[in-house]
Design a protein around this ligand. Structure first.
Ligand SMILES: [Zn+2]
Ligand SMILES: [Zn+2]
Length: 301
């Protein structure tokens, strides 16, 4: 998986910081997660192809997470998009977007599908042969979901030397990659494990923003390869943090540690801090693999 952070700051866009948006690339499928103001500019700066985005996931309806959406939908139209676009987000998102299009006497020349969410339980909202996406119900001032992206186990890897040795024809390769044994012309059966290697272990990514400290999410995100968790404040601002229903760096690290994740990316920083390095040092008192998000940063895992 490859994650590009387009924006990772709370509240308002500023000269050098953008509100939440990120692109997750899973085996060449691009998923846009949140779409704060400025997302289009950030997509261009990071050289991400607009036409490859077919699925957009919106966590909640605070402006710093979706004010860029109607603009992006409208740009897709100007770019003569014809591919379907799917938007997953809280109930109400369809009405908001369609109302803006209606009063602009505007329309899309591609199919726009809204998948409105209102469940308080985790649910699978997207699935294809390679990827599965499910919601992570979060606790915030309004209805909010995080998203868990899970790669499915891929095909077994062909042992090229072994198939050449047995002179197996290429038309059998897909069957072998699917795990089947092969019967040779003389009747000998070659077991699959002698023709293949184990597939690469599937990866998982959990996006959790915005939320209070909530241990209820731990079973869902247990053992993920990468967790992005909001850390809007430091412990010194814990009162404001509680009041606005966010997390401190320490709280985010506690979730990461209890969920036994491989790595933690902190983001959604309040713009009150001059340097974000303090978030890392605070989190590292609890959990060791801490990374800091920043606009334009890329993570491969
Ligand atoms: Zn936010
Ligand atoms: Zn929010």
């Amino acid at each position: 998986m490859n994650l590009t952070i387009l924006g990772c700051y709370a509240a308002t866009p500023r000269t050098f910081t953008n509100p939440t948006s990120q692109v997750l690339d899973i085996r060449n499928r691009l998923f846009l997660i949140d779409c704060g103001e400025g997302t289009q500019v950030q997509l261009r700066k990071n050289k991400i192809k607009f036409s490859k985005i077919n699925h957009i996931f919106i966590s909640h309806l605070h402006g710093d997470h979706y004010f860029g959406l109607v603009g992006l939908i409208s740009t897709f139209m100007l770019l003569n998009r014809t591919t379907d676009l799917h938007v997953y987000g809280p109930k109400g998102i369809k009405e908001i977007i369609l109302l803006q299009l209606k009063y602009a006497a505007s329309y899309t020349n591609y199919n726009l599908f809204f998948h409105e969410l209102d469940s308080k339980e985790s649910e699978i909202i997207y699935e294809d042969e390679k990827v599965l996406v499910q919601t992570i119900p979060l606790k915030h001032r309004i209805y909010t979901n995080g998203f868990l992206f899970k790669e499915k186990i891929g095909d077994r890897k062909l042992n090229l030397a072994a198939v050449a040795k047995h002179k197996i024809e290429t038309c059998y390769f897909q069957n072998i990659k699917n795990g089947k044994d092969i019967k040779l012309d003389d009747g000998t059966i070659i077991e699959n494990q002698n023709l293949t290697f184990d597939p690469i272990a599937p990866k998982s990514y959990a996006f959790c923003s915005d939320t209070v400290y909530n241990e209820a999410i731990i079973p869902l995100i247990k053992d993920v390869d990468m967790l992005y968790h909001e850390a809007t404040f430091l412990e010194s601002e814990v009162e404001k943090c509680d009041r606005t229903m966010h997390c401190t760096a320490k709280q985010a690290a506690t979730i990461a540690q209890k969920a036994n994740v491989q790595q933690l990316i902190l983001g959604h920083f309040s713009t009150r801090y001059d340097s974000i390095s303090l978030f890392k040092s605070e989190a590292e008192t609890i959990f060791e693999n801490v990374l800091l998000a920043d606009d334009g940063k890329n993570f491969e895992f």
